[in-house]
Design a protein around this ligand. Structure first.
Ligand code: IMP
Length: 422
């Protein structure tokens, strides 16, 4: 298998970092293709925790080339801080980390605008406040700064001038905020450009070349399919293409199809921010899962909302991204839960619906549950108990694809492969 993708099958935070880190061992390149430092990918190796935001989760494998593709939005200061931290853990150099010259830059005013809109509403999204949406807006309106623009001062001044006056007026009169003077922002970004420049390349031709040499490429998604700007629960989504289609847009795999698309799903469901959540739990079991699962955002520290596993949503994710297998994570958290349920369908206006198609109003969807015997596996034998196998098999049969991996703890080794992915 030459091309593989790892994509969140829910609303993000499914444990993609851990699965990417594991499979990166078998790959030559790991490529991020969308999103920015709104992501928080956590990897534990021998009790040591590493949280990555925009640097690909293959970075702990020195043989692996880490690539930040053109579909990513990059906040230079954050990237450089992340780079400095990771250099204390592994050997990262411009030889093994590459940044697309055409990735979009997140500027100071993107962050300010994100925060101001969230504060003013009226419809709060619950964003991470990192400036992701406003940066993608500028990209689509053709006024964005690209990474390569940071490397030449005249170009930077020219590009930044587009719309700067408009933004200054908007901020002052609508949000009562002064944005930095353009000269100040130019100096700041140009300084960061100097530190970035050794990492900057044309990642499209790099990936194209590597594929033609038969190298194995792993595409690492951020967030989850249900947060995709087109497929997700709009407007409560992020501003990028988190589904498999984002790989074509944000990294480019010319002439190649994805051979394996692994959808990462938690054994239950979580969500941060606003938006519908049919199986959300407001009772003691929800509180138990939240506490035992340590369900706090890796980027913002916000409490995650928790609920049962939702098959109609996962069926939709399988269809959106042509998922070929599932990596099921955090099963250990459910082994402390006395009663288990999976939502197999919804009742919507008196009808039973088994897939969360976009035409369905999820606020109006009543989950229909199947109850499962609890499992109390300690997972060390590598063989699931009959109860756990029943839980996993129900998911496989409902989705029509295998659970190729299941994970039972944060560490790299706390995992069972049911498929080889070679
Ligand atoms: P934004 O991406 O910061 O614009 O936030 C938009 C929505 O996506 C909010 O509901 C966020 O909580 C959610 N979101 C963004 N990034 C992540 C992530 O990495 N994990 C989970 N949710 C996320």
């Amino acid at each position: 298998m030459q091309t593989m993708a790892i994509i969140g099958a829910q609303w993000g935070d499914e444990g993609k970092g851990k699965i990417t880190d594991l499979l990166a061992e078998k790959c030559d390149l790991v490529v991020r293709y969308q999103g920015g430092h709104n992501a928080g990918h956590t990897i534990w190796v021998n009790g040591q925790k590493t949280v990555l935001h925009v640097i690909p989760s293959g970075v702990l494998h020195p043989h692996c080339l880490s690539v930040i593709g053109h579909g990513v939005v990059l906040e230079p200061e954050n990237f450089l801080n992340e780079l400095a931290k990771i250099k204390g853990v592994t050997n990262v150099t411009p030889e093994n980390l590459k940044l697309s010259s055409t990735a979009t830059v997140i500027t100071s005013y993107h962050k300010l605008l994100d925060a101001a809109r969230e504060a003013q509403g009226p419809e709060k999204i619950g964003t991470t406040g990192k400036g992701i949406g406003p940066a993608y807006e500028d990209k689509v309106s053709r006024r964005a700064i690209k990474v390569k623009d940071l490397l030449d001062k005249d170009t930077l001044v020219r590009r930044l001038s587009n719309g700067y006056a408009e933004k200054a007026i908007l901020f002052k009169h609508l949000y009562q905020i002064e944005i930095p003077a353009i000269e100040q922002e130019v100096e700041r970004l140009y300084r960061y450009g100097e530190s970035l420049k050794d990492y900057v390349v044309d990642t499209f031709s790099l990936i194209d070349d590597q594929l033609s040499k038969g190298k194995r490429v792993l595409y690492e998604g951020a967030q989850g399919i249900l947060l995709d700007v087109d497929y997700g629960t709009y407007p409560y989504v992020t501003s990028s293409s988190t589904a498999a289609s984002g790989i074509y847009n944000g990294a480019g795999i010319p002439g190649k199809k994805l051979e394996e698309v692994i959808g990462v799903a938690k054994a239950y469901t979580t969500r941060v921010g606003e938006g519908p959540f049919p199986t959300e739990l407001f009772d003691d079991i929800g509180a138990l899962i939240q506490k035992t699962g340590n369900e706090f955002g890796a980027t913002t520290g916000r409490k995650r909302r928790c609920g049962w596993l939702d098959i109609p949503l996962l069926r939709y994710s399988v269809k959106c991204s042509q998922l070929t297998s599932i990596a099921l994570t955090k099963l250990d958290i459910l082994s402390s839960v006395p009663e288990l349920k999976i939502c197999y369908a919804y009742e919507v206006n008196g009808k039973v619906v088994d897939c969360a198609y976009p035409g369905i109003n999820l606020y109006n969807a009543k989950p229909l549950y199947k109850t499962f015997k609890p499992f109390t596996d300690d997972f060390t034998s590598g063989k699931p108990s009959a109860e756990l196998e029943t839980y996993i098999s129900f998911l496989q049969e409902s989705l029509g694809i295998p659970v190729g991996i299941y994970a039972y703890g944060p560490d790299r080794n706390q995992i069972v492969f049911r498929q080889s992915y070679s």
